[in-house]
Design a protein around this ligand. Structure first.
Ligand code: ARG
Ligand code: ASP
Length: 726
């Protein structure tokens, strides 16, 4: 059966599809169909120019920046551009009240002044390969789901190991089309990546969270880094002897700009999309998961915003945390709104109805697809409360939740070492222990650099109360019975006591405790209320959520795989693109204005004049730096002037998502015209359903970047190393 499905899928690749714009395509598989469509839209290059195994191609100038963004090379000396929000935590890392690079920006005026970023990596894709057959080797329909998945995992490990044997490369292997196809990626990872420049937040984050996910936008969302390599141009750990990396390819920068209707291509790493899910998935998100998570984060943000506004030090300490919390919070709100306006649930249901008619019209089809949707329905009913509990637990433990509890958890690996030594009756490995202690101590230092206890206390009370009120009793961890018994259910009193009694409320006491940690410390750790709180949630998760969740996940994967190939068979005249999975993709589209709502139509670009219109010294997000105002007043725009102002951002119809931030936006000749950084409010539901009339990606116009580097920062030497096409 698998063979037949797969055959159908291959066939589907060869047939035409109706709608342009939508889609995130695999660069290696850009077929006649895509290229023809692209060329019709104006594209001047070939598939080989985009991705080639033998020659340097555009793909060699695109990188994964850090763990979740895209970046691109713009000089032959390893100079890289990405978003300000992608470099944000690094800019914050180097910032203090004395050297506040977040507020004032940072510009290295020579390579010596560039700042080192421990832990930051940049990843290049060397090549990719379809390994579906090897991954499925030995897997049969007769095997249980669990056995299938075990064998697949085993095959994957072997393929990866083999692929990078005796090289310094790294292998990544990922499922596509919900497990109907697998690709192997061979990557090269650079580890010495230095900060070159970033504008002040009043430019790089202009409009802040007020304008985030919105158009019209005026954010100068970029920062620049440089990749260093050893003397042989190979990746190396940081060393002062390292030299700027010479990439195989870097983008030329075009000053020609864009006009409505122009071809644009975004080349980057979209994270995840869910275009092929059943209506039940939308129902779960819009009715349960999104609203509940929005509420949790609204409360978190209220608390953070209040403290941050009151104290400049706290503002810096919590800047990156706030941005992280707020970004998804606002996206969920937009997603719900967009799905509702699009009537997405009803649309899916109509589709499912005709799918079912097709599936049951033929006996042999009915046998495999007939029950798909009813199985989905049952599964989602069961799955939804688990998914909510899991997300809520994550909001408390991992995703900027109760910080003191996550600090306590940093000692878990140490405790584990002592416990396992104790169990096996031998002494714990001294070397391992001392290196672990050093690691923990440096984590503790970093933790307290950005920690403000009054925030944590207030958040703790809020989160514990919300969990109690929103999550069914079967998922309540035992800490609540303690709160009932010892504190008469008073969460405030419990939290007061937690912070009074825990050793984790103070840096010195934690550092000493770690330093002196021995087998005898285990019982003290176990009794510590912060450690107890963390474990209480973890135990609940392990005992009540995880096992069931994993089993349902397996079931869901099975349905997803079948439904994906079924949809491909059902719409056999459509060319499908795989959901995003943080692998390199091409999205192509056109610069386009759009109608946002009744009587409101948005232009496709913004300008420096718009920044001055938004200027408001009383609103933090809209304070324009004096220097920028002066340049504007004097019309000191240099060669970046267009119609008496400077272009700032533009929108287009490229299908993008989280992870595409920092992606190069290219014109018909493959030259850099912008840097992608966001999507417009009316279209953020595109992760679940794309609507070409409403979905717009937002890019920074590269001419604004050049203007800022040149006129605002006075770092013109950086322009000299770029290849600028005027
Ligand atoms: N919304 C954009 C993306 O998802 C930019 C986020 C950064 N900006 C912010 N104000 N939090 O990543
Ligand atoms: N801002 C997103 C990112 O950081 C891009 C998006 O979601 O459109 O990747």
């Amino acid at each position: 059966m698998r063979r037949i499905l797969f055959g159908l899928m291959v066939l589907a690749f060869l047939l035409p599809q109706a709608k342009a714009d939508e889609g995130m395509w695999i660069p290696m598989l850009l077929k006649k169909y895509n290229i023809e469509q692209m060329q019709e839209m104006g594209f001047k290059l070939t598939a080989e120019d985009i991705y080639s195994v033998n020659e340097a191609s555009l793909k060699d100038a695109v990188v994964i920046f850090g763990g979740g963004c895209t970046g691109e090379l713009i000089s032959d000396k390893g100079l890289l551009i990405t978003n300000h929000h992608c470099g944000y935590s690094k800019i914050q890392y180097h910032s203090s009240v004395e050297h506040d690079y977040l507020t004032n920006g940072f510009w290295a005026m020579s390579q010596e002044e560039e700042l080192v970023n421990p832990g930051l990596t940049v990843t290049f894709l060397k090549r990719m390969e379809d390994v579906t057959e090897q991954v499925m080797h030995g897997v049969t329909d007769e095997m249980s789901e669990l056995d299938q998945s075990k064998l697949i995992q085993k095959n994957i490990s072997a393929i990866k190991k083999d692929a990078v044997k005796d090289t310094h490369y790294q292998a990544v292997l990922k499922p596509f089309f919900n497990g109907n196809q697998y690709f192997l990626f061979i990557n090269e990872v650079f580890k010495d990546v230095r900060l070159v420049g970033a504008p002040p937040s009043a430019i790089g984050k202009f409009g802040g969270d007020t304008d985030n996910w919105m158009w019209p936008r005026h954010t100068g969302d970029f920062s620049m880094f440089r990749i260093y390599a050893d003397k042989n141009n190979q990746p190396a750990e940081y060393s002062k002897d390292n030299v700027p990396y010479q990439p195989q390819k870097h983008f030329s920068v075009s000053m020609k700009g864009v006009e409505e209707g122009d071809f644009t291509m975004v080349f980057g790493y979209p994270g995840s999309t869910y275009e092929y899910v059943p209506s039940y998935h939308l129902k779960m998100l819009t009715e349960t998961v999104n609203p509940k998570l929005i509420d949790v984060r609204t409360e978190k943000l209220n608390i953070l915003n209040r403290y941050q506004a009151a104290d400049p030090k706290v503002r810096i300490q919590y800047a990156a945390k706030n941005a992280r919390i707020s970004n998804s919070w606002k996206r969920w709100i937009g997603e719900n709104r967009g799905l509702e306006i699009l009537d997405a649930f009803a649309k899916k249901q109509v589709y499912e109805k005709s799918f079912n008619q097709w599936a049951t019209a033929d006996e042999s089809r009915a046998e495999i697809y007939g029950n798909l949707l009813s199985n989905y329905k049952k599964l989602y009913e069961e799955y939804t409360p688990y998914r909510l509990a899991k997300d809520y637990i994550l909001e408390i433990s991992y995703r900027n939740g109760i910080e003191i509890a996550s600090l306590a958890n940093k000692l878990s690996p140490l405790a584990t070492l002592y416990y396992s030594a104790k169990d096996s009756g031998i002494e714990a490995d001294k070397e391992k222990i001392s290196s672990l202690k050093e690691q923990i101590k440096s984590d503790v230092e970093l933790f307290f650099k950005d920690y403000y206890q009054p925030i944590d206390k207030e958040i703790s009370v809020k989160l514990l109360a919300m969990y109690l009120a929103n999550i069914p009793e079967e998922f309540h961890p035992d800490i609540y019975s303690k709160i009932d018994k010892k504190f008469k259910g008073d969460i405030n009193k419990y939290v007061e006591n937690l912070f009074n009694k825990s050793i984790f409320d103070n840096k010195e006491s934690v550092l000493t405790f770690v330093d002196e940690f021995s087998e005898k410390s285990l019982s003290k750790l176990e009794k510590d209320p912060a450690y107890e709180l963390y474990n209480s949630f973890m135990n609940l998760y392990n005992d009540k959520v995880s096992v069931k969740d994993k089993a349902m996940q397996l079931e869901l994967n099975k349905l997803n795989k079948a439904y994906m190939s079924a949809q491909m068979a059902f719409e056999s005249d459509k060319v499908f693109y795989p959901d995003a999975n943080f692998t390199l993709r091409v999205a192509y589209g056109k610069v386009a204005s759009y109608k946002a709502r009744d009587a409101v139509r948005y232009e496709y670009y913004t300008t420096l004049d718009g920044i001055m219109e938004k200027d408001n010294p009383d609103i933090y997000d809209y304070r324009v730096p004096e220097k920028l105002k002066e340049l504007h007043r004097n019309k000191d725009f240099g060669k970046y002037e267009v119609n008496g102002t400077v272009p700032v951002c533009f929108i287009a119809t490229n299908h993008t998502t989280g992870g595409n931030s920092g992606s190069p936006v290219l014109n018909a000749e493959g030259q850099l015209i912008g840097v992608n950084f966001d999507r417009a409010w009316e279209g953020v539901m595109s992760d679940l359903m794309f609507n070409p009339d409403q979905c717009r990606n937002i890019s920074l116009d590269i001419r604004y970047v050049l203007f800022l580097i040149d006129k605002f920062a006075g770092a013109g030497y950086l322009l000299d190393e770029m290849t600028i096409v005027e």
